[in-house]
Design a protein. Structure first.
Lengths: 161, 364
């Protein structure tokens, strides 16, 4: 049973840019071939992943912690301060990161867990998409202090951390 | 044992200037091979001392995470973006075939197939040929069934082959391997809460194998061609999540995000000969490594987080754990971490499943 039946806009916008986020049925169980959020992940926490991806302004000094690629796609994750894994699992297939594809100004955003390895050819509805974060995203995560050198290397190799 | 004897060889940096992401033996001659973060590979020769670089083995320029060779002409290289198959005996313009999907690595079977674990997409199986195009088969409709994070090929002395898989929360899976026939039957075994992330073979001409979870639960499989319950142990006290497991017929090597743990003679004791006396505590080398390989059962290569590879002679670990040597006589082993690590026998309630999978020709 999908946890989201229809497109549902979250009541809260992101703190930095005021972006609106929508929870989509496709990524909550309707499409078994689509990347899906963990059913145990509350929607508020899914939005928190997006909010962090958009970046939080920390002042002083002003620090934009946005994690994006050159195309403006945002990438979210949650660093765990305790426990075994460094990044929380977000998706049903052990994905530890989420992608939020860039939208036109004013449009609502959505997102989905993204695999460490490219699945475009296997999952036909993703043909033509890159389906993996670019290495610059991992560099950015390290710059923000969220990864060490070894963890960045493992993500670049398609491994979990 | 001196520190310099244990670290027989540390290679800082790569000749191509890119970070090393994978290391193993040179499949063509005595030496090593390295995969780099820019998609290149480098072969070293012990005989000549030369380093030979092959740029852009990954057309997308992604970090190499696996390399395997069949015979003297067939090479496979994997990254998170694609798997490349190179026939060295073909003209340059048609020697490479590419599967445009990411993999967690690639292995070669004794019967001459490349096998790649594709995560949620299943397995890729390729029998290299000199023909064009290269036929490739991938699991059909695996989504929602099993996640394939690692694979190892086991072969007995009659040539019967078994594949063993790390299937994450489905535990480990085994499947008789008869090449690229239309499908396969995967038998998985798990217990509640386990997350199997790696598997390894133990000895040539043997169906014995070891699987390990992220939380350092070790599953000892005496014969992967049978469906007997494996022996389960927890390596309690292992610091950090487990990244990799490897074994020789005698010793167990477990790499976590914080350290390398070595149990000398434990494999022989558990799988082959109950009379062997294993060391009660592991040797623990605190290192920040991201991967490891075994070289001819003589050396371990550790790919470090920083741009370096560390080579460790297994004979040095054997000497260190021998009863007549002064324990912890060199600085880099951690007696504290060793004392914190214990072997605990587990008696889990095993659950199993049988999954039929079909293969289909992969789009290229």
């Amino acid at each position: 049973m999908p946890s989201v039946q229809t497109d549902t806009e979250h009541a809260v916008q992101t703190r930095r840019r005021g972006l609106t986020y929508v929870f989509t049925p496709k990524h909550h169980g309707v499409d078994q071939n689509a990347s899906r959020w963990l059913t145990g992940l509350p929607l508020d926490e899914e939005f928190a992943v997006f909010d962090r991806a958009d970046g939080i302004l920390v002042a002083p000094p002003t620090d934009n912690r946005q994690v994006a690629d050159a195309a403006g796609n945002l990438y979210g994750y949650e660093v765990l301060n305790s426990g075994l894994q460094h990044l929380r699992e977000l998706g049903t297939w052990h994905q530890q990161m989420a992608e939020f594809p860039a939208q036109k100004p004013g449009a609502v955003w959505h997102g989905y867990p993204i695999w460490p390895i490219d699945q475009a050819i296997a999952l036909k509805n993703y043909m033509g998409q890159k389906c993996r974060p670019s290495v610059e995203v991992f560099d950015r995560m390290m710059l923000l202090g969220d990864l060490d050198e070894g963890q960045r290397k493992r993500l670049k190799s398609g491994d979990w951390i | 044992m001196s520190r310099t004897r244990l670290i027989a060889k540390t290679i800082d940096g790569s000749p191509a200037g890119a970070d090393i992401t994978w290391a193993g033996s040179n499949p063509f001659e005595q030496g090593l091979s390295f995969g780099l973060e820019n998609g290149s590979i480098v072969f070293t020769s012990d005989k000549t001392g030369l380093w030979t670089s092959y740029p852009q083995m990954s057309p997308s320029g992604e970090a190499i995470n696996g390399l395997a060779v069949i015979g003297t002409h067939s090479l496979a290289v994997s990254t998170r973006a694609e798997v490349s198959f190179i026939q060295l005996d073909l003209p340059k313009d048609c020697r490479r075939a590419i599967f445009r999907g990411g993999a967690h690595g690639v292995i070669a079977t004794k019967s001459g197939y490349f096998v790649s674990p594709l995560g949620p997409a299943g397995l890729l199986v390729v029998k290299p040929t000199s023909g064009d195009p290269q036929p490739m088969n991938v699991t059909d409709k695996n989504e929602g069934q099993l996640y394939f994070s690692r694979v190892a090929a086991l072969s007995d002395n009659k040539g019967k082959e078994i594949l063993i898989f790390a299937n994450r929360r489905n535990g480990f899976g085994t499947s008789p391997f008869n090449g690229d026939e239309g499908g396969r039957h995967v038998h998985t075994m798990r217990f509640e809460g386990i997350d199997v992330i790696d598997v390894c073979a133990v000895a040539p001409n043997s169906h014995a194998a070891i699987a390990i979870s992220m939380r350092a639960e070790v599953l000892w499989i005496r014969d992967a061609s049978r469906h007997d319950d494996p022996l389960a142990m927890r390596l309690s006290g292992v610091d950090g999540p487990v990244y990799r497991v490897l074994a020789t017929p005698r010793h167990l090597f477990v790499l976590s995000s914080k350290a390398l743990y070595v149990w000398t003679d434990l494999v022989e004791h558990v799988l082959f000969n109950d009379k062997a006396v294993p060391s009660p505590s592991p040797l623990v080398l605190p290192v920040k490594a991201v991967g490891m390989s075994l070289i001819r059962d003589e050396y371990l290569l550790l790919v470090m987080g920083a741009n370096a590879v560390m080579s460790l002679a297994i004979s040095d670990f054997e000497r260190e754990s021998a009863a007549d040597t002064e324990p912890y006589s060199f600085a880099i082993l951690s007696p504290e971490m060793s004392q914190q690590t214990k072997l605990e026998n587990l008696s889990p309630r095993w659950q199993f499943s049988d999954v039929e999978q079909r293969l289909m020709a992969a789009a290229k």
